[in-house]
Design a protein around this ligand. Structure first.
Ligand code: FES
Length: 152
């Protein structure tokens, strides 16, 4: 049977009835129509589905919605102030940190959390700590440039 789950998504409380097997990724995309979060592998290997849950970066394809009852989710749609871009989004634009753009929402969510974690000090560390986010186009150099620019 269906289960009721209450979440805050991009600052908005949401109560939904979901199948126990529904992932956070499918809930976001199919129920809330927040399609900025991408489905790549659906197996925790590519990072395209990265969102912030209670401020931490997670692969939303590996999270069941019911396991996240009461939590706060931020997606790419909710990162910037209304009508404006988040500084990390600005930096990705300024540094051309994408080609096809499919991995970009996940890259940006991951990068925002990375800076909050405060563990990356060098380009090598940025690259290592962003290694869960794959880019098939190989825009890695520009992605590191963007993250480094925001890190200051
Ligand atoms: Fe979730 Fe690939 S879609 S890690």
């Amino acid at each position: 049977g269906a289960v009721t789950v209450s979440l805050t998504v991009n600052g908005k409380p949401q109560t939904l009835s979901v199948a126990p097997s529904t992932t956070v990724l499918d809930l976001l995309r199919e129920r809330l129509h927040l399609t900025g979060t991408k489905k790549g592998c659906d197996q925790g290997q590519c990072g395209a589905c990265t969102v912030l849950i209670d401020g931490r970066r997670v692969n939303s394809c590996l999270q069941l919605a019911v396991m996240n009852d009461g939590r706060e989710i931020t997606t790419i749609e909710g990162l910037g102030a209304p009508g404006g871009l988040h500084p990390m989004q600005e930096a990705f634009v300024a540094h051309d940190a994408f080609q096809c753009g499919y991995c970009t929402p996940g890259q940006i969510c991951s990068a925002v959390a990375l800076l909050k974690e405060g563990r990356a000090r060098t380009r090598a560390e940025i690259r290592e700590l962003m290694s869960g986010n794959l880019c098939r186009c190989g825009a890695y150099t520009n992605i590191v440039d963007a993250v480094e620019a925001v890190m200051g």
